[in-house]
Design a protein around this ligand. Structure first.
Ligand code: SF4
Length: 371
C-alpha cells in the first residue's frame, strides 16, 4: 500500500486462549485451562514479544488483553508481558476479567500492574439467562464485585451485555438493562447473540426473537443507555464522556495494532496478519522467528473498503476531507448515498456521512450497499 497513509497511534492486542469452561455461544478461540499448558503458552508469548520489540516504533496508546480469559494471568505474568514497553502518558491498558475471579487479593495484585481498565463479561443480570448462557456467576454477585473493583482503585469499568436471547421480550431486556445501569458502568458493549451452525446451542435458533423484535430491543437499549449518560459512539458500544475505548477506536479508525498470541490478528503498516488459532502451529511460528504470519499486503482498494466499513460503525461516521487526505481521491458513491439518505438510514451533508439512529440496527446492510 502507498505510504501516504501516516503512522498514527499504535496499539497491541494480546490473546490468552484459555478458559475454565467453554460457554456454548462463544466463537472465540479458547481451550480448556491447564496450568502447565498455560505457563508454557506465556513463555512462548514472551518469546513472540521479543520478535516484535524493534517494531514498536511509537509509544503504545493501548494494550488489550483479550481471550479466552486473560484474568487467569497473575500480576507477575501480566507485568512480564508489559515490562520495558513504551506507553503514551495516558495509555489505556485493558484486561478482560471473569467476574468469578474478582476478589480482594486479585484486585490488589492487579494494582501492581499497569492495567487501568477492566472489561467484565457479565452478559446478563438475569439468573435464568446466566444459566442458559452457562456462565458461572449469579446476578447478585456482580454489584459487590464492582464495588470491590472501585474500592480497589479501578475507575474505568466496562460491562459486556448480550441481548436477543431465545424468547427474550422487550420487558426482560428493559429489566436487565435497568439493573446494568444501576451498576454505573463507565462503558458498556451490547452484543446481539449469534448462534453459529456448529454451536452446541443451535437447537435454540428458532426461539430467537424475530428481526423486528430484535430491532426494537436494540433501539430501546440505545435510548436507555443514552438517557443514562452512556453515549453511543459505535454500533455496539456506549460510554461516559472520556471513557470510549481507546483500543477499539484504533481498530475503527484504522490505525496500527500489533497482535500477539495464538489466533490474534493485527494490522501494521498496511498489512493484515493473523497468528494460527492452534497452539502447536503458533509455537512453531514463534520458534522459527516468523513475524506477521499470513500477512496480506492491503491494496489501496482493500484499505478503502476496510476504512469505510470501520468508519461507518462509528456514530461520528466518515469524514470526506479525511478520506480525501488518506486516499487522494473523493469518496464518491453519490447515487448510493442519495438512495440510503432518502430512506432515512444514512445522514449525509457536505462534510461526510453517518448512519442514522434508524439505520444502526441494519448497519451491515447499509455498509454493503455503499461498498
Ligand atoms: S469465557 Fe469468554 S472466551 Fe471463554 S468460552 Fe466463555 S465467552 Fe468464550
Amino acid at each position: 500500500m502507498e505510504s501516504h497513509i501516516s503512522p498514527g497511534p499504535l496499539g497491541l492486542y494480546v490473546h490468552i486462549p484459555f478458559c475454565l469452561t467453554r460457554c456454548p455461544y462463544c466463537a472465540f478461540f479458547s481451550l480448556p485451562f491447564s496450568r502447565e499448558r498455560f505457563e508454557h503458552y506465556l513463555k512462548i508469548l514472551n518469546q513472540e514479544k521479543e520478535l516484535y520489540r524493534s517494531m514498536i516504533d511509537r509509544p503504545l496508546r493501548s494494550v488489550y488483553f483479550g481471550g479466552g480469559t486473560p484474568s487467569l494471568m497473575s500480576a507477575s505474568q501480566i507485568n512480564a508481558i508489559l515490562q520495558d514497553m513504551p506507553f503514551e502518558d495516558d495509555a489505556e491498558i485493558s484486561l478482560e476479567i471473569n467476574p468469578i475471579q474478582v476478589n480482594p487479593q486479585y484486585i490488589t495484585e492487579l494494582k501492581s500492574t499497569p492495567i487501568n481498565r477492566l472489561s467484565l463479561g457479565i452478559q446478563s443480570l438475569n439468573d435464568e439467562d446466566l444459566k442458559w448462557l452457562q456462565r458461572r456467576h449469579k446476578a447478585a454477585d456482580i454489584a459487590p464485585r464492582i464495588k470491590l473493583l472501585r474500592d480497589g482503585g479501578f475507575s474505568n469499568i466496562s460491562l459486556d451485555y448480550i441481548y436477543g436471547l431465545p424468547n427474550s421480550s422487550l420487558e426482560s431486556v428493559r429489566t436487565t438493562l435497568e439493573q446494568m445501569i444501576e451498576l454505573e458502568p463507565d462503558h458498556l458493549s451490547s452484543y446481539l447473540l449469534e448462534i453459529y451452525d456448529d454451536s452446541p446451542i443451535v437447537k435454540f435458533r428458532n426461539q430467537i426473537p424475530q428481526d423486528e423484535v430484535l430491532a426494537d430491543q436494540y433501539e430501546m437499549i440505545c435510548s436507555m443507555l443514552e438517557a443514562a449518560g452512556l453515549r453511543q459512539y459505535e454500533v455496539s458500544n456506549f460510554a461516559r464522556e472520556g471513557c470510549q475505548s481507546k483500543h477499539n477506536l484504533l481498530y475503527w479508525k484504522r490505525n496500527d495494532y500489533l497482535a500477539w498470541g495464538a489466533g490474534a490478528s493485527g494490522y501494521f503498516q498496511g498489512q493484515k496478519y493473523q497468528n494460527p488459532a492452534d497452539l502447536e502451529l503458533y509455537e512453531e511460528g514463534v520458534l522459527a522467528h516468523r513475524i506477521f504470519p499470513g500477512a496480506i499486503e492491503n491494496t489501496l482498494e482493500d484499505d478503502e473498503w476496510d476504512y469505510t466499513m470501520m468508519r461507518l460503525r462509528l456514530i461520528e461516521g466518515l469524514n470526506f476531507a479525511e478520506y480525501r487526505m488518506r486516499y487522494g481521491r473523493d469518496f464518491g458513491r453519490e447515487q448510493a448515498i442519495r438512495k440510503l439518505a432518502d430512506s432515512g438510514v444514512l445522514i449525509a451533508d457536505t462534510k461526510g456521512i453517518r448512519i442514522s439512529p434508524k439505520g444502526l440496527f441494519i448497519s451491515n446492510y447499509i455498509i454493503s450497499e455503499l461498498l
